[in-house]
Design a protein around this ligand. Structure first.
Ligand SMILES: NC(=O)N[C@@H](CC(=O)O)C(=O)O
Length: 425
């Protein structure tokens, strides 16, 4: 195994130092290290972060390998600075059995670019009718700890209660897609002034907030861990703040796009901006940014949702919701938060690794720690060209935008997956 001596790197924004990576771990740190056998990387001006961890990735395999595979999504993740991703269960077949989660887990190991941790479905076929085999998925080789029907809400309160009770035994977590389905029938975008102007059916903020309010109360009643996917409204932030103050075991994520883009984008009628939950207002964005700084929202998760061309380049009403995220998330975080490296490390690596219980991830580079890390050039700016993305899909909302920051290298257990900004395999 090649050793790497990373020279003059700022670890999470601290004074520059050297890092020696050997045998899969950070072997030494300090100024002026020597290691004659090591490959030297000059990292002057670069920042080392613990490898990013995405709690919400759609990899589309099995079933829609034309849109993404475990391998192509893993490569996109590595290029985005990630060393671990949690793969959502809305595949075809649905990841609601030990067999399917083991298949995804094995494909992730074979690709070997990031650790792929499958998420199991809460209900059979995501249909919301009966609980999936949560225990069998937890006991499988994939050791599933997060369960989610993402894309669908677990709308039945009794089933949600049972799911929360069930996973408590193995410290699992239910990740809820908060959307009261009766309030979003036929919805095409955020319900507000813009939807009225465009004459499109609205997805009201209260459809999200009502489910979060219900579920934090259920989680408190049961004493279980609840995670809220893609929080998108100011009202949701208020509900979460209240729940956290009461000591409810709830965590929450926000996506890069909900931190940056508003519902005004729908006026273009370009379905690349169609996403679930929908893009909201500038006031929501301000509240989400505040909550992220404060810790009411724990993490940034991408909700990387690749879609084939025919599912996106069509009329708005027929387009599938979702946008790419893995290869641009760190740039959007830098744009939104500025060079607050400790906050970025917390929200994009340490906290998601803790929530998912991913051993060896989310740890700042230090002697003895597994070498899962990424090197960022904060001074670089890049133009996003959809055709250059590693994802099999092209549905990025940032096409031709100039974004700050570039991932220069990513290491997974001491092996580079990205070097000089390019995937190693
Ligand atoms: N976030 C999205 O807009 N899409 C997700 C599922 C979902 O959450 O609707 C997808 O799988 O495409």
């Amino acid at each position: 195994m090649t050793a790497y001596l990373i020279r003059n790197v700022s670890v999470v924004g601290a004074e520059p130092t050297d890092l020696l990576i050997r045998d899969g771990v950070v072997a030494e740190t300090g100024a002026g290290l020597t290691a004659p056998d090591a490959t030297v990387l000059d990292a002057t001006g670069l920042v080392a972060l613990p490898g990013l961890v995405d709690l919400h990735t759609h990899l589309r395999e099995p079933g829609r390998e034309d849109a993404e595979t475990v391998e192509s999504g893993s490569r996109a993740a590595a290029l985005g600075g990630y060393t671990a991703v949690c793969a959502m269960a809305n595949t075809s077949p649905v990841a609601d059995t030990a067999g399917v989660v083991e298949q995804v887990w094995r494909l992730g190991r074979e690709a070997g670019l990031v650790d792929v941790q499958p998420i199991g479905a809460v209900t059979v076929g995501l249909a919301g009718g009966q609980l999936a085999e949560l225990g069998a998925m937890a006991d499988s080789a994939a050791r599933v700890r997060i369960f989610s029907d993402d894309g669908h809400c677990v709308a039945d309160p009794k089933l949600m209660r049972r799911a929360l009770e069930y996973v408590k035994a193995f410290d699992g977590v239910i990740a809820q897609h908060a959307e009261e389905p009766r309030l979003t029938e036929g919805a095409q975008m955020h319900e507000g002034e813009v939807s009225t102007r465009l004459g499109l059916t609205g997805w009201p903020a209260v459809a999200e907030e009502a489910i979060i309010a219900r579920d934090v109360l259920l989680a408190e009643h049961v004493g279980s861990r609840l995670h809220i996917c893609h929080v998108s409204t100011a009202g949701s932030v208020e509900v979460l703040r209240h729940a956290k103050a009461r000591g409810v075991k709830v965590t929450a994520e926000v996506t890069p796009h909900h931190l940056l883009l508003t519902d005004e984008k729908a006026t273009t009628y370009d379905p690349v901006y169609k996403v679930n939950p929908p893009l909201r207002t500038a006031a929501d964005i301000a509240a989400l940014r505040g909550a992220l700084a404060e810790g009411v929202i724990d993490i940034i998760a991408t909700d990387h949702a690749p879609h084939a061309v025919e599912d996106k380049e069509c009329e708005w009403a027929y387009a599938r919701p979702g946008m790419l995220g893995l290869e641009t998330a760190l740039s959007i975080a830098l744009d939104v938060l500025g060079p607050q490296w400790d906050l970025i490390a917390e929200r994009m690596s340490r906290a998601p690794a803790r929530i998912a219980g991913l051993e060896g991830h989310g740890l700042d580079p230090a002697p003895g720690v597994p070498a899962n890390l990424t090197l960022v050039d904060p001074a670089a700016r890049r133009v996003i060209e959809p055709a250059e993305l590693a994802s099999r899909s092209r549905n990025t909302p940032y096409a031709r935008m100039t974004l700050p920051g570039r991932i220069v290298a990513t290491f997974l257990r001491g092996e580079p997956t990205v070097l000089d900004g390019k995937a190693v395999k």
